[in-house]
Design a protein around this ligand. Structure first.
Ligand SMILES: N[C@@H](CC(=O)c1ccccc1NC=O)C(=O)O
Length: 306
């Protein structure tokens, strides 16, 4: 089959990797260059809780707002100083390999975005073992429906996800909104260091229980889904930015590049950026800074369109 047919999946480089090598490629903390793996994970939760504490203490926020019936179906809304009906919204989905992380340590981009008039929503979802991947995708869908219904005059809803959260955000390219009675005003996706094909993860030790069958992996792989059953954007102007760190593992970088190519082939307005000299975690930490290149790209994308 030709390159457009997507048959390149059969030659995917991960299929030739040993289990050890796959474990390595899919453990982002092992690729951090400025810290040891354990220190990187400690720093990750430390920075996350500090920025979240600060965001809650300094700005206006609505915390633990239920978006569904479930105990874990809560979100935090961080509002800009000038609240209006017509604010743009950025909805963030944290990472942690669907097994860790929390909205309570994930308010990374709140300060620079709310300062510019963007409302930021940080969503909690039921991580494993409580939640399955299908349930997480469903919860993320519900959270977006909730934001649209609560703020029907919004100037656009932008989804942002990191790592596992980027997979969840990307799954929204395939959502069936009709079923939910409302089509959210989705104007853009910011996907950071994501995993879009979950099949290789099935073969890694820490993640195998998440994906019991190949069907589970494929159903939850936006890359696989878009290659087998392409969808069209409801709004043709909807932008998708696929970004990955220069120091992310080769597999993570390959996944982002391939997902970007698949999006382009499917007619989506997608762009790709490998961000200079950042690892899997710094890409997110840097979003606390207003002058960081990715923060600026996000703000520019949001304000070019509203
Ligand atoms: N055990 C993983 C942890 C991990 O992947 C991770 C941790 C925090 C936030 C995002 C992560 N990766 C993807 O969701 C590692 O070794 O890096």
């Amino acid at each position: 089959m030709d390159v457009l047919g997507g048959n390149h999946r059969h030659e995917a480089p991960w299929k030739r990797m040993s289990k050890e090598e796959l474990d390595n490629q899919y453990s982002p903390s092992r690729w951090v260059i400025r810290l040891g793996a354990e220190e990187a994970m400690r720093t990750y939760s430390q920075i996350g809780s500090e920025v979240t504490k600060r965001a809650r203490a300094t700005g206006r926020s609505l915390l633990d707002v239920p978006y569904g019936e479930g105990e874990g179906e809560k979100l935090d809304i961080y509002l800009p100083e000038a609240v209006s009906e017509a604010m743009p919204f950025l909805v963030f989905f944290h990472g942690g390999y669907w097994q860790s992380g929390s909205k309570d340590t994930s308010a990374f981009m709140v300060s620079p975005l709310t300062a510019q008039g963007v409302a930021v929503v940080v969503v909690a979802y039921d991580i494993a073992p409580k939640g399955t991947l299908d349930q997480m995708v469903d919860q993320v869908t519900q959270s977006i429906v909730f934001v649209q219904k609560r703020y029907p005059g919004n100037q656009g809803i932008y989804l942002c996800g990191h790592s596992a959260g980027a997979q969840l955000a990307a799954m929204m390219l395939l959502a069936n909104w009709i079923k939910h009675g409302v089509t959210p005003n989705l104007k853009g996706f910011f996907l950071l260091s994501g995993v879009y094909d979950l099949e290789p993860i099935m073969h890694t030790s820490e993640n195998a229980p998440l994906l019991p069958t190949l069907e589970d992996a494929q159903r939850n792989s936006p890359l696989w889904q878009l290659e087998t059953a392409p969808t069209q954007p409801a709004d043709p102007a909807c932008r998708i930015l696929v970004t990955v760190g220069q120091h992310d593992s080769p597999e993570f970088r390959r996944q982002s590049r391939e997902f970007h190519q698949t999006l382009c082939r499917g007619g989506w307005k997608a762009s790709f950026a490998e961000l200079h000299d950042v690892d899997h975690f710094e890409i997110l930490w840097n979003l606390t800074q207003e002058d960081y290149v990715l923060t600026q790209i996000i703000l520019k994308t949001i304000f070019q369109q509203s």
